[in-house]
Design a binder for this molecule. Structure first.
Ligand SMILES: C[C@H](C(=O)O)C(=O)SCCNC(=O)CCNC(=O)[C@H](O)C(C)(C)COP(=O)(O)OP(=O)(O)OC[C@H]1O[C@@H](n2cnc3c(N)ncnc32)[C@H](O)[C@@H]1OP(=O)(O)O
Ligand SMILES: [Co+2]
Length: 134
């Protein structure tokens, strides 16, 4: 069911500082900030030869990242995104297996303009999983 790692996400308290660190200190190519109000985050992507790293900071009052940053004030690894070919088939299989699909259970459009879903970290080794249909 799982395809490639699409991205690994790091929640950060200050996106500009994180971008500067990745650009200047790590010498990476970083995209321009993209506000995603429907997800409650502003994101950039660090382009790597084999995958991407998503840096995200909270946007708005009800951001899903706010509680995480309260517990991890310096930032930290937030989720891993795996590619799937058919997100509805993947969701239904996971639901049947008893995994919790976050939100209303329906895919939203993610940062790449494609459908995404999130799975509860307590169901998967303490790691928040995002699925993206490619
Ligand atoms: C769009 C873009 C894209 O790529 O396209 C994105 O990625 S958007 C990325 C942002 N969007 C999302 O994250 C959406 C999905 N996330 C969520 O629905 C929520 O953040 C959530 C349900 C994972 C956690 O919600 P919450 O923080 O209110 O809940 P709690 O604080 O009660 O957390 C419940 C338990 O899960 C743990 N927990 C919370 N967040 C994480 C995480 N990221 N990784 C691992 N564990 C986590 C908490 O420590 C706690 O454990 P304990 O009880 O042991 O202390
Ligand atoms: Co993501």
């Amino acid at each position: 069911m799982l395809g490639k790692v699409n991205h690994v996400a790091i929640a950060v308290p200050d996106l500009s500082a994180a971008v500067e660190s990745y650009r200047s200190t790590l010498g990476a190519l970083v995209t321009e900030p993209q506000a995603l109000p429907e997800h409650g985050v502003t994101v950039v992507f660090v382009a790597l030869p084999n995958t991407k790293v998503e840096l995200l900071e909270p946007l708005g009052d009800a951001s899903p990242v706010s509680a995480f940053l309260e517990k991890n004030p310096a930032g930290g690894m937030h989720h891993i995104c795996y590619e799937v070919e058919d997100i509805i088939a993947a969701r239904d299989r996971l639901k049947d297996a008893g995994a919790r699909i976050l939100g209303d259970g329906n895919p939203k459009i993610g940062a790449h303009g494609k459908p995404v879903l999130f799975l509860h970290p307590k169901d998967f080794q303490g790691t928040l999983i995002e699925l993206e249909q490619v």
